[in-house]
Design a protein. Structure first.
Length: 96
């Protein structure tokens, strides 16, 4: 079988490549595919998860980042939303 790159260069789409790789394994032609979902990326849930991630750095690291960077900025790799956290906000969360 050619490499994935060769198959893509030959104009095959991901479904055609998958069908070719899985040929003979009982996959149904034209079967529906699943679209990946990431998240939750809803604003409230995302901000809370990001706050937990920042807080997991610990108080000393948070203070060090604030001293050197002046802010703590976190960007979601899935939806590209960016949140900025203030030092006091993170420290208050850590102490709660």
């Amino acid at each position: 079988m050619p490499s994935i790159t060769e198959l893509l260069n030959d104009g095959l789409d991901t479904q055609a490549i998958t069908d070719r790789i899985l040929a003979g394994l009982g996959t149904a032609p034209g079967a529906s595919s699943l679209t990946p979902r990431y998240g939750p990326c809803e604003a409230d849930a995302l901000r809370e998860r990001m706050m937990r991630a920042v807080a997991s750095l610990g108080e000393a690291e948070v203070k060090d980042i604030m001293a050197t960077e002046g802010k703590i900025e976190v960007c979601c790799e899935f939806c590209n939303d960016t949140y900025n956290f203030k030092e006091e906000e993170v420290l208050t969360y850590l102490r709660s």
